[in-house]
Design a protein around this ligand. Structure first.
Ligand SMILES: Nc1ncnc2c1ncn2[C@@H]1O[C@H](COP(=O)(O)OP(=O)(O)OP(=O)(O)O)[C@@H](O)[C@H]1O
Length: 262
């Protein structure tokens, strides 16, 4: 919260009234506005097909908005392409590693690309290897790693950089319980240093415990936003045993024309 107040005028991500998608005639996103401040972790949730990945593609500058704008670290892609790109680090749902480069070489390459100081890079690499229990796999080739280990390498690369905005798409799938715990702790460290995190996931229990705020997307419309407690209240789920899963189900039912909320 303190970080948010200090940087209230400098969001890491400012998505304003974004309408976008794959065809002008049938937008996927309808006037979506999301702000993420330095030091915050915001959870992006929604059913399959709700538009989460499409929103992420717009933030990454891989798709051009039909209207509205996206600012990362204060700039649009058109205003300052280099700053925009250097300010974001992205972990996709599907790991994609470079054949022929060891785990350590992937990390070194990332450190060079983002011009990290060598001492800082090595210290973080060692820490990340311990956090994700990958010390023994640092010299392994990607093709010899398990699916979860490949995902860990992707996460380690993103966490090495600590950019203003870290975007992670469904990070928990395929990770073992200790890796999930390690990831959540590593994200806390990254946030403490001022990075903002936008995390898309269907694992609502983790977001309920760890996210500062949630953005609930349904059919490309933002249907709820706020702290986990606020989102539950918006869904009318105020009981002590109510979970974010209960709230999400109620919000979707309401958006589909079912039970009115409140
Ligand atoms: N390449 C594409 N071309 C055309 N339409 C697409 C494309 N990718 C996704 N869509 C459509 O855009 C809508 C939103 O999809 P999107 O992938 O953003 O959903 P999502 O919330 O990320 O879903 P999931 O939880 O399944 O990953 C869906 O109706 C989908 O069919």
């Amino acid at each position: 919260m303190a970080a948010r107040q200090e940087n209230a005028d400098k969001p890491a991500l400012l998505m304003k009234e974004l309408t976008g998608g794959y065809s002008q005639r049938r937008p996927v996103l309808h006037g979506m506005s999301v702000t993420v401040y330095p030091g915050e972790m915001v959870g992006l949730i929604g059913l399959n097909g709700a538009g989460k990945s499409t929103a992420i593609k717009h933030i990454l500058g891989l798709m051009v908005p039909h209207s509205g704008e996206v600012r990362v670290a204060g700039v649009t892609l058109e205003e300052n392409r280099d700053k925009y790109r250097a300010s974001t680090s992205y972990v996709p749902e599907q790991p994609s590693l470079i054949p022929g480069l060891t785990v350590k070489e992937h990390l070194k390459w990332t450190a060079m690309a983002y011009q990290l100081e060598q001492d800082v890079a090595y210290e973080r690499m060692e820490q990340l290897a311990r956090t994700f229990r990958m010390t023994e796999a640092m010299n392994a080739m990607p093709e010899t790693l398990s699916k979860g280990m490949k995902q860990k390498v992707m996460l380690m690369n993103a966490l090495l950089v600590r950019p203003p905005l870290l975007i992670i798409d469904e990070p928990f799938l395929g990770l073992d319980p200790l890796a999930i715990r390690g990831l959540l702790e590593a994200l806390e460290d990254v946030r403490a240093e001022g990075s903002a995190i936008l995390l898309s996931s269907h694992i609502l229990s983790a977001l309920e415990r760890r996210a500062n705020r949630l953005v609930v997307l349904h059919r490309g419309h933002l249907i709820a936003e706020g702290t986990p407690r606020e989102v539950k209240a918006q869904a009318g789920c105020n009981g002590p045993d109510s979970t974010l899963d209960d709230a999400f189900e109620a919000l979707v039912a309401s958006a589909e024309g079912g039970v009115p909320l409140g």
